[in-house]
Design a binder for this molecule. Structure first.
Ligand code: THU
Length: 138
């Protein structure tokens, strides 16, 4: 797998692009596709609050809109503007979007404070008993 540190660097860079005039909570993500391409994403808020998009979904939608459907890992870096980062866990909607495209047993979700301080989970750990595309097959 591509160096985790490289993905963390990318997520931290993407965090700088977050558009957060309402929450001031900046999140960056770096999504690694199985072909080695890295897709970055940031959270993008809106005056109509419900229209906000999380960093993770921005990264997924960028990748899927370019024809990528297979992924290995995502790094997430998030925290309030001007404060030290904590481990930022993905929201339920983002976990469900991951479930659509990723194998719960092997896809890695990495929550990073910096290049040397991160925690790694499988999607299955974060979304046990999830509902996925195969559940719609008869
Ligand atoms: N947010 C993300 O982008 N990803 C997460 O994992 C958690 C929350 C965003 C949504 C909103 O713009 C801000 O953080 C506060 O909820």
């Amino acid at each position: 797998m591509t160096d985790v540190k490289k993905l963390i660097e990318k997520a931290l860079e993407m965090r700088l692009y977050s558009y957060v005039p309402y929450s001031h909570f900046r999140v960056g993500a770096a999504l690694l596709a199985k072909d080695g391409t890295i897709y970055g994403g940031c959270n993008i808020e809106n005056a109509s609050y419900g229209a906000a998009n999380c960093a993770e979904r921005t990264a997924f939608f960028k990748a899927v809109s370019e024809g990528k459907h297979e992924f290995e890992a995502i790094v997430i870096c998030g925290g309030h503007e001007g404060t030290a980062l904590d481990y930022c866990s993905p929201c339920g909607i983002c976990r469900q979007v991951m479930r659509e495209f990723c194998d719960p047993k092997t896809f890695k979700v990495i929550l990073a404070k910096n290049e040397d301080d991160y925690k790694e989970y499988t999607l299955e750990q974060l979304l046990p008993l999830g509902f996925g595309p195969e559940d719609l097959q008869n």
